[in-house]
Structure formats: structure tokens, C-alpha cells
Design a protein around this ligand. Structure first.
Ligand SMILES: Nc1nc2c(c(=O)[nH]1)N[C@H]1C(S)=C(S)[C@@H](COP(=O)(O)O)O[C@H]1N2
Ligand SMILES: [Mo]
Length: 435
């Protein structure tokens, strides 16, 4: 019998070790008991705003009452307290818009999208990456080999969940109701997938990859991957598609795929397998969980909201599309009437880049061109900013609209409805009050 999805309380009951791991985050190591008595409880104390004098008496596996009492506001220890937790099993956490303000997204503000469990980390010494399928020579690479035998590249990359913005669709498709924060722009360091595939030697039959990892399906069935997507060989041979070994200059935190993950920037985040263990080179489109049915597919032609769409009328998504976020002011801010203040944010466009950014504070009657920064490297998001003056006291909204180098702009209303709620790039807007 497959286990059903469980929340934290149930999890503490059934699998306290894993529950502690989720609560105390990436610092938990093999010696969890010792950890709980030390740093784990100390950070719990930090959450409570005080120390825990009798922490050494706390039995391992007992859920701290403070946490049980505030479960609706459950936050993962390693993440900023303004992060929005949609689900704790699987862990699904997005950033509030104002947390997207950094040019390089720090760990604590990067969204988490898990389909299965948050796995216990495999040590670098034990970890291996297998390359097999349509290759001349099967490879089994160690972490040290990836560190020492291959060239490393470092760049900033937008990683966006294909369903970011899903909450805007009506009717609401099933899946996480992401608003705008299932996107991050961390700095990743790693080995080009193309270099690894070249070392293995691609056969002429190689057209697609299939990615595998060591996280588990929520059912607990070891033969069922939580998710296994891949990409067309062209995207995988792109020099910006990497097996990442570092995030923001440090070991990748467990939430984001320790010790190694794929980063295929600009495409739905699900192509970027975390906790990577295998790249299977295939002679056809990969068919793992997340590749079939309605997953990451959108209708070829516009459909009515709520419509059922036949499989043959759907196509697989490639690049994400042009979009922007307002990161300052914080939604609901109060500013001075008649005085200038800065609105700013980030803009991105999947495989493309943004060439124009416009904002409006009069509900779209007039638009002003904002200052837009060039991306520091291909696939990074781009900062934009603008000074505005609310003419008098009252309620306002900032609307923001990006246009990419192919001439695509963000629509004001939600774009084409699709059964799983992907690719909503309608204009972000926030309100503020001038007093
Ligand atoms: N092994 C594994 N890789 C995975 C997932 C997963 O559940 N398991 N989720 C994918 C999805 S849907 C997204 S959007 C990104 C999110 O990456 P992040 O959690 O580091 O932000 O990871 C992808 N890689
Ligand atoms: Mo995703």
C-alpha cells in the first residue's frame, strides 16, 4: 500500500528522524541526535527569540511544542521568514515578491520545489554520477573527478518553476498555487553537461536526456522516481547547461540538490534535476514521471478556460517566457504624496533577454520606460528601476511590463489557460498608499 502524503505532525509521528531533518534543515548530518542537542536546538531557540535552558534534556524525535502550536505558519529553518510555504510534504516554498530584490538570490530567498522527499544527503565521497544510454562509453564519475578533471564555469541563472504564476488562472489548475516567487537567480558553478557528454561520446541516435536522482517518491516506493525529466540534446549541449556543484560559491544546500544538480537555465525548473545521480542519454523523448500526460505541456492552440484538451493537441514546453517582478516597494507600503520614490524589480525571459521595461501607476493609462540593466551574463535576470511621484494622497498600484528581444510583451490579463497552469506571465502589480 503506498503511503499517502503526510504533513509535519503525521511525519513526526511516523518518521521522526525525517521530520527533524525537515525542521532543522540542511545542517542535520548523520549524527542527528547529537545535532538536535546542539546547533539544532540553538537555532530553534533563535526562532523562538530566546534560549532553551534545558535543551540537553529534549528527547530526540519530540516535536517542539512551539512548532506544533504555530504549524500553520511553519517555516523552514534555513529560509527567510517571509517565504510562503505552500506545502511541507513535499516541501514547496516560494518567495514573497520583495524577497526577489537581490541581483543574486541568496539561499534563504530561493524557492524550493520538491516533488518527493527531502532526502538525507549522500556524502561527496559516496556520490556517483552515471552517464549511460546512447553513448560510446558509459561513465561513472565521482565528485572529485567533476571537481578536478573538468573545466568549471560560474554564472547567474534564472531557475523558474514552470507553474510559477499558476494562482492567477481561473479555474485554478491542480498543483501549487504559486504567485510570482517560484523563481530565483542564484550564481551557479559547475561542469558543462556538454563536456561530460562529449567525454562519454554521443552516438548519432542521441536525441534527449533523462535525469535521475536520489530523492524518493512520496509513496516510499524505491522503484518510483519522484520526478524524472530531461531535455532535448540541443538544450543539454548548450554551454550554460551544467552539472552544478556550487550555489553562490558554497556547497549546494540539501534543499537545492546537494551535492550536485543540473541547472538548465531559462527552461521550466523541472529540467534541472536536483540530487542528480544519472543522465540517461536516449534515442527518443524521455518518458519518466513529469514527461508524460499533461505534464509540462500546453495546448497548441488557445482553449477556453477549464477545457479538457486531447493529448495530440498539446505540445511540450521549451523555454520559459518574458516576465518581471516588482520587488520594491513592498506590497502595501506607505509613501509620501508628491515626493519621488524608487520602484524597482527584476525581469527575465527564459532563453531570450529583456530589452524594454515599462511601468504605470495610473492603471495602465500611461506607461513610463524604466531604466533597464543589461544581464551580467546570458540567462541572468535583469535589474530595472524607476523614480515615480504619486501626485496626491491615496491608493495606487504599480504595474510592470517587460518586452523581450523577440518583441514579446507581458499581457495585462492572464494569458492562455492550460490544464496544468503553466506559463502565466501576466503583468505583476502591487499596491501602495501615498499619504
Ligand atoms: N530530484 C529532483 N529534482 C527536482 C525536483 C524534484 O522534486 N526532485 N523538482 C524540480 C522542479 S519542478 C523545480 S521547479 C526545481 C526547483 O529547484 P529548487 O528547489 O532548487 O528551487 O527543481 C527541479 N528538480
Ligand atoms: Mo517546477
Amino acid at each position: 500500500m503506498p503511503r499517502k502524503e503526510r504533513g509535519l505532525i503525521e511525519l513526526y509521528h511516523d518518521d521522526p528522524e525525517r521530520a527533524e531533518y525537515l525542521v532543522f534543515g540542511r545542517k542535520a548530518g548523520p549524527d542527528r541526535r547529537g545535532f538536535l542537542k546542539g546547533a539544532g536546538l540553538a537555532s530553534m531557540g533563535a526562532v523562538l527569540g530566546t534560549t532553551i535552558p534545558f535543551s540537553s534534556n529534549m528527547p530526540a524525535g519530540l516535536m517542539p511544542a512551539a512548532l506544533a502550536e504555530t504549524l500553520s505558519e511553519f517555516s523552514i529553518d534555513s529560509k527567510h521568514s517571509d517565504m510562503i510555504v505552500h506545502n511541507d510534504r513535499p516541501m514547496n516554498v516560494e518567495a514573497a515578491a520583495h524577497l526577489l530584490d537581490d541581483d543574486v538570490t541568496p539561499f534563504d530567498k530561493h524557492f524550493i520545489r520538491n516533488n518527493g522527499t527531502m532526502p538525507m544527503p549522500i556524502s561527496k565521497a559516496d556520490w556517483r554520477l552515471t552517464i549511460d544510454g546512447e553513448v560510446n562509453e558509459e561513465l561513472e564519475l565521482s565528485y572529485d573527478q567533476l571537481m578536478d578533471d573538468f573545466e568549471h564555469v560560474t554564472f547567474r541563472a534564472q531557475l523558474e518553476c514552470g507553474g510559477n504564476g499558476r494562482a492567477g488562472f481561473n479555474p485554478l489548475p491542480r498543483g501549487n498555487p504559486w504567485t510570482i516567487g517560484a523563481i530565483g537567480n542564484a550564481e551557479w558553478t559547475g561542469v558543462r553537461v556538454s563536456d561530460i557528454l562529449r567525454r562519454a561520446g554521443l552516438q548519432p541516435s542521441a536525441v534527449y536526456t533523462g535525469h535521475f536522482s536520489y530523492d524518493e517518491h512520496l509513496s516510499g516506493d524505491p522503484d518510483r522516481p519522484s520526478i524524472s525529466r530531461g531535455g532535448p540534446i540541443d538544450k543539454m549541449m548548450d554551454p550554460h547547461t551544467i552539472v552544478a556543484l556550487k550555489m553562490n560559491g558554497e556547497d549546494i544546500p540539501i534543499e537545492h540538490g546537494y551535492p550536485a544538480r543540473i541547472v538548465a537555465p531559462g527552461w521550466a525548473g523541472s529540467v534541472s534535476q536536483k540530487w542528480l545521480t544519472r543522465i540517461w542519454v536516449r534515442d527518443r523523448e524521455h518518458d519518466g514521471p513529469g514527461m508524460t500526460g499533461l505534464s509540462y505541456r500546453v495546448p497548441r492552440h488557445p482553449v477556453e478556460a477549464g477545457a479538457e484538451v486531447a493529448h495530440e493537441d498539446m505540445m511540450v514546453m521549451g523555454s520559459m517566457i518574458v516576465k518581471s517582478a516588482i520587488t520594491n516597494p513592498v506590497a502595501g507600503a506607505e509613501v509620501r504624496a508628491g515626493a519621488p520614490f524608487e520602484i524597482r524589480g527584476q525581469a527575465w525571459a527564459g532563453d531570450n533577454h529583456v530589452v524594454r521595461m515599462e511601468t504605470s501607476i495610473d492603471f495602465g493609462a500611461t506607461w513610463q520606460t524604466a531604466e533597464l540593466h543589461a544581464p551580467p551574463n546570458r540567462y541572468s535576470w535583469q535589474r530595472w528601476q524607476q523614480t515615480v511621484i504619486p501626485p496626491m494622497a491615496g491608493y495606487y498600484e504599480v504595474w510592470a511590463r517587460a518586452t523581450d528581444n523577440q518583441g514579446n510583451s507581458q499581457p495585462m490579463v492572464v494569458p492562455g489557460w492550460n490544464p496544468r497552469g503553466y506559463l502565466n506571465n501576466s503583468c505583476h502589480r502591487i499596491h501602495f498608499t501615498a499619504v
